[in-house]
Design a protein around this ligand. Structure first.
Ligand SMILES: Nc1ncnc2c1ncn2[C@@H]1O[C@H](COP(=O)(O)OP(=O)(O)O)[C@@H](O)[C@H]1O
Ligand SMILES: [Mg+2]
Length: 508
C-alpha cells in the first residue's frame, strides 16, 4: 500500500512543496529505504519515527518500507519531515484510515517517545500550505502561534504523534488556533534621544538617515556618545507594518531564534562586536543560516568599533549594502536571505581616539592613523551614505540638564517624511524610501535646480567624490527636501546632504 502526503522544505526563507510517498510491502526482507536527496537529520528521521510510532502504541508489521521525497533534485534537510513521515507510515500500514491525511499539511520533529518538538521555518511552511490550498496545517504546539499568523489557514497545534493520529482518524476533536491580527504600535523603549545632551548635529543626521533609510557612520572620540546615539535609533523609526512583521519573522524562524513567539513585532536592532565571526555577521554554515545583517532586516544593524573588524568580514557586507540581500553558496546550492537593514557604524578617528579633539592630545603617528583608517576599504566607506562627526560634548553642556530634542519630536518628523515617500513610490515595487532610488527614478525625483547643479559640480570636483558618492548625495538631498516639505531638491538641501557625507577632518 502506498500513502501520499504533502509537506514542505525551506530554502532561504521560502518554503517549497515536497511530495512524500511511503510504500509498505509485507513481502521480502524487512527494510527501510529513503530516496530523494534526504540529508542529515532527514536520514536520522527513520530512528525517531520508528521509535515514536512504537511509543504511540502502534505495531508496524514486518515489511519493506520505501520512502520517496519529490522533487528528487532538491535537498531535504532538518527534522520537520518526521511528522509527515510517521503519519505516512501509519497510513501505508493501514493503521490509520485510507486518505485521512489527504489535504493536510504536516510538519514537526518527533522525540523517541512520540512528542512533537518545535522546528525552525514554520512560518515559511505555513505560507506555503496556504498557497497549496491545504485544508489545514498540523504543527507542534510550540509552533502554533507562529503558523497562526497566516490568515485563512486553519492551524492545529498538537503535543504528540498519538494526538495527531487520533485527530486524523476522527477519534478526537480539536479546534484551530485563531488568527489574530497583531497590534503594531510604537513600542515603549527604555532609551530616548532627550537623554542625549548636545549632539544636535548628529541627531539631525540620524533624523535624515531614519527618514530616508540611509546608512550612517559616526566618527568621534571615546565617550562622545556614539553608542548611545545608535541605541536610540529604533525609538524614532516607524512601527513595523504587518507585512514587514511577517518578513522579519520568517528570518528569525529559519534562524531558529523565534522561540514560541508568534510574530516579531518590533523593528530589529542588532548590535555586533568586532569579535563576531564572519558567519555570525553575514550568515552561512553547513546548513546556511541568516547572520546579523539578515536578522536586522527592516531594522538597524549597529557595528561598533568598525576598524576592529576583520577586513574580510567587512568586505562581504558590501553585497547586502548594495542589494539588500545576502547570497550564500554552498556545494551546488545557492541560498538567499533578505538583508535590507539600516547600517549604523561607529569608529574612533584614530587608534588613541582623540584625533581632532580639542580636550586631548592625539598621540598617534600619521602612519598609525593612516593604517587605522585604511582598515575600512574605500568601496565600503563609499557605500555608507552619511559620515558624521560626533565630537566630545563640553562639560557645561553635559551638566546643563537641558533636555535635547526628544525621540517623539524626531519620530513625528520622520513619519511625515516617510509618508511623502510612500505616496511618491506607491507604484514602484521595491522602492520604499529614498535610499532605494536608482536609475531613472533617481534622476526623475532628485533632479536639482540650476543653482543646485552648479553647487554639486563644484562639490564633486573639490571633494573628489566618486560617482557612487554623487548618487548617494542626491538621495540624501531628496530626504532633506522631504523633511523640509519641498517638492523639488534645492541648493540648501544639497548643501546639507554634502555636509552629511564629509567628516570634519576632510574639510578644506
Ligand atoms: N551626549 C551625551 N549626553 C549624555 N550622556 C552622554 C553623552 N555622551 C556620552 N554620554 C555618557 O557616556 C557614556 C558613554 O558613551 P558612549 O555612547 O558609550 O560613547 P562612545 O560610544 O562614543 O564611546 C554613555 O553611556 C552616557 O552615559
Ligand atoms: Mg562606543
Amino acid at each position: 500500500m502506498i500513502a501520499r502526503l504533502c509537506c514542505g522544505g525551506v530554502q532561504g526563507v521560502e518554503g517549497f512543496r515536497v511530495d512524500l510517498e511511503v510504500e509498505l510491502v509485507r513481502r521480502g526482507l524487512p527494510a527501510f529505504v529513503m530516496v530523494g536527496l534526504a540529508e542529515g537529520a532527514v536520514r536520522e528521521a527513520r530512528e525517531r519515527v520508528l521509535a515514536a510510532v512504537r511509543a504511540g502504541g502502534f505495531r508496524l508489521p514486518p515489511a519493506r518500507v520505501t520512502v520517496n521525497f519529490a522533487p528528487a533534485d532538491r535537498r531535504k534537510e532538518g527534522s520537520a519531515y518526521d511528522l509527515p513521515l510517521a503519519v505516512g507510515l501509519l497510513c501505508a500500514a493501514e493503521l490509520l484510515p485510507e486518505g485521512c491525511a489527504q489535504g493536510w499539511f504536516l510538519a514537526g520533529e518527533l522525540s523517541l517517545t512520540g512528542e512533537l518538538r518545535a522546528v525552525p521555518g514554520i512560518l515559511p511552511l505555513a505560507l506555503l500550505a496556504r498557497k497549496e490550498g491545504a485544508k489545514g496545517m498540523i504543527v507542534p504546539a510550540a509552533n502554533a502561534a507562529e503558523a497562526a499568523a497566516v490568515q485563512g489557514l486553519p492551524v492545529y497545534g498538537m503535543a504528540s504523534l498519538g494526538e495527531v493520529a487520533a485527530f486524523l482518524a476522527g477519534a478526537r476533536a480539536a479546534s484551530p488556533v485563531p488568527f489574530v491580527r497583531p497590534e503594531l504600535e510604537h513600542p515603549a523603549y527604555p532609551v530616548d534621544f532627550a537623554d542625549v545632551r548636545g549632539q544636535e548635529h548628529a541627531k539631525r543626521a540620524i533624523e535624515i538617515a531614519a527618514a530616508g533609510g540611509h546608512n550612517l557612520l559616526f566618527v568621534g572620540p571615546p565617550g562622545s556618545g556614539k553608542s548611545m546615539l545608535a541605541r536610540c535609533i529604533p525609538t524614532v523609526l516607524p512601527p513595523l507594518t504587518f507585512e514587514e512583521s511577517l518578513e522579519v519573522t520568517k528570518i528569525y524562524s529559519v534562524a531558529g531564534r523565534l522561540g514560541s513567539h508568534g510574530l516579531i513585532l518590533e523593528r530589529p536592532f542588532l548590535e555586533q562586536h568586532p569579535t563576531a565571526s564572519e558567519i555570525a555577521l553575514v550568515g552561512g554554515g553547513a546548513i546556511p543560516r541568516p547572520g546579523a545583517v539578515s536578522l536586522a532586516h527592516r531594522g538597524v544593524l549597529f557595528l561598533d568599533e568598525l576598524p576592529e573588524y576583520p577586513r574580510g568580514a567587512l568586505e562581504v557586507l558590501r553585497q547586502p549594502l548594495e542589494t539588500g540581500e545576502v547570497t550564500i553558496s554552498r556545494s551546488a546550492q545557492i541560498v538567499t536571505f533578505p538583508a535590507d537593514c539600516m547600517l549604523v557604524a561607529a569608529m574612533n578617528p584614530c587608534p588613541c581616539g582623540y584625533l581632532g579633539d580639542p580636550g586631548h592630545e592625539c598621540v598617534c603617528s600619521p602612519a598609525q592613523i593612516r593604517r587605522y583608517q585604511g582598515r575600512i576599504s574605500g568601496p565600503l566607506l563609499d557605500r555608507i551614505d552619511m559620515h558624521v562627526t560626533v565630537p566630545a560634548v563640553p562639560y557645561d553642556e553635559l551638566q546643563s540638564g537641558r533636555p535635547g530634542t526628544s525621540s517623539a519630536v524626531m519620530r513625528e518628523r520622520i513619519a511625515a517624511a516617510r509618508a511623502v515617500q510612500r505616496e511618491r513610490y506607491r507604484s514602484m515595487p521595491g522602492c520604499r524610501t529614498n535610499a532605494d532610488l536608482a536609475g531613472r527614478a533617481l534622476s526623475v525625483w532628485c533632479e536639482p535646480d540650476k543653482a543646485g547643479q552648479a553647487f554639486l559640480r563644484e562639490a564633486v570636483h573639490n571633494l573628489a567624490l566618486s560617482a557612487r558618492a554623487y548618487t548617494r548625495i542626491l538621495r540624501i538631498a531628496r530626504t532633506v527636501a522631504d523633511l523640509d516639505g519641498c517638492e523639488h531638491v534645492e541648493l540648501r538641501h544639497l548643501a546639507e546632504a554634502v555636509s552629511c557625507r564629509v567628516l570634519d577632518r576632510d574639510r578644506g
